[in-house]
Design a binder for this molecule. Structure first.
Ligand code: GLV
Ligand code: MN
Ligand code: MN
Length: 407
């Protein structure tokens, strides 16, 4: 047994992780449906709050519904988020929260260091991009956040009434010395290489906005093709042109997605008069993100002009790329070498994380464990339990290492 080690309890950790999965269980594989502020999300937050109390942590909830379990005095903050995508996996976010709880408990049992736990709200962006941590870190004002709407037209101001009964007040970040987030990789790199741990070097940047083409709703049988102002045809042409034009600008790691589209009125015999769709793009380089935005706007305008559409945009939301803190990262790398000697790597994150926002407030670092089949944001998402436990062990070692250097 290692001297001074924080001894985690893998069975207790896995039991809590499976318990959290019951909130919003989809009934398909291990999947969950637990979007921010839903009944399942609030019930999960209440359950987590109870587990935090059992672990001797003081529960605090801010107006956004970000849930904290606080250790006494200055502490290292660990955690992630417990909301899910509309169709989500059981580990995306949940892993980081329950792992943090286990490390906080284990650290208390072994005499330190002080570890606090957080589950941020709406990391999955029902209302935007990582809205809970964005508000906490001051990237987005509560007032601006409150005006954001989900795809069903519900405002965040309305939705967050579901957590009002839990709110204790604003939470001062100055009590935390740093933030460390364990997450699943959500991609194919580690599993393909047969590796167990990824220590994150940097997190890519993202831009996201809604685009609307407004044409003319009409009869699908009687309206000649050349007289139509078909909003779907506009989106289709836009997408084809955009893919061709991006080719000169992007790298193999640049990604872009139209993930949501709503056609009005969405009926087989009606030429759609309106299309509202999400346009999202991600890259590690801010200049490239800006150039892509210019191409998106030019292309959309060109299509609108050619096809007789009115064009409008929602707010441009986004986060810039960030580097992880070298000190915290070093602690994770030493932990990774201890736990998974030779079977870990440094890697960038193509997924977005709360750590990006928190980096405005304090040093942050992240580590990944493999995703089976590289699948996430889907019910099939899963990770081998040995890999989950390895991730918690690295987190515990880093907490110990970092805690000692902070003392
Ligand atoms: C977060 O889930 C993301 O979209 O990367
Ligand atoms: Mn996540
Ligand atoms: Mn996610």
């Amino acid at each position: 047994k290692e001297e001074n080690a924080v001894q985690i309890d893998p069975a207790r950790f896995l039991s809590d992780l499976h318990e959290l999965r019951k909130f919003g269980a989809s009934g398909v594989g291990k999947g969950v449906v637990r979007p921010a502020f839903s009944e399942a999300d609030v019930a999960a937050r209440r359950w987590l709050a109870g587990r935090f109390e059992d672990a001797g942590l003081r529960v605090a909830v801010d107006a956004m519904g970000n849930l904290f379990g606080l250790a006494e005095g200055p502490s290292l903050l660990m955690g992630s988020h417990s909301d899910s995508q509309p169709e989500g996996g059981w580990l995306d976010g949940a892993l980081g929260v329950v792992a943090a709880l286990e490390v906080a408990r284990a650290a208390r049992d072994s005499g330190g260091p002080a570890v606090s736990v957080v589950s941020f709200q709406d990391e999955e962006g029902r209302f935007g991009v990582t809205t809970g941590s964005a508000v906490w870190a001051g990237h987005l004002s509560q007032q601006d956040a409150d005006g954001l709407t989900d795809h069903g037209g519900v405002t965040l101001a309305e939705a967050r009434k579901s957590v009002a009964g839990m709110v204790t007040g604003a939470l001062d970040p100055s009590q935390f010395t740093g933030f460390v987030e364990l997450h699943i990789e959500q991609g194919p790199t580690l599993i393909t290489a047969g590796e167990q741990i990824g220590v994150v070097t940097d997190i890519v940047g993202i831009r996201d906005m809604k685009i609307t083409f407004q044409g003319q709703q009409n009869h699908a049988g009687t309206t000649p093709m050349h007289l139509r102002k078909d909003a779907f045809q506009a989106v289709s042409a836009f997408n084809t042109l955009l893919n061709a034009r991006f080719r000169n600008v992007v790298t193999p790691s640049t990604v872009w997605t139209i993930g949501h589209m709503s056609l009005h009125p969405n009926a087989s015999s009606i030429v759609p008069g309106r299309a509202v769709f999400s346009m999202q793009w991600r890259d590690g380089d801010v200049d490239r993100l800006d150039r892509m935005e210019a191409i998106i706007r030019e292309t959309a305008q060109e299509v609108a002009t050619t096809q007789g559409m009115a064009l409008s945009y929602g707010s441009l939301l986004g986060l810039d790329p960030v580097q992880m803190d070298s000190g915290l990262r070093g602690a994770l790398e030493r932990g990774a070498e201890d736990v998974a000697g030779g079977k870990w790597r440094q890697m960038p994150s193509g997924a977005l994380h709360d750590a990006t926002n928190v980096s405005r407030l304090m040093p942050v670092a992240m580590l990944f464990v493999p995703s089976i089949g590289g699948i996430s944001h889907a019910f099939e998402e899963d990770t081998d339990e040995d890999d989950l436990v390895a991730g918690v062990r690295v987190l515990a070692k880093a907490a110990r290492g970092q805690g000692l250097t902070l003392c």
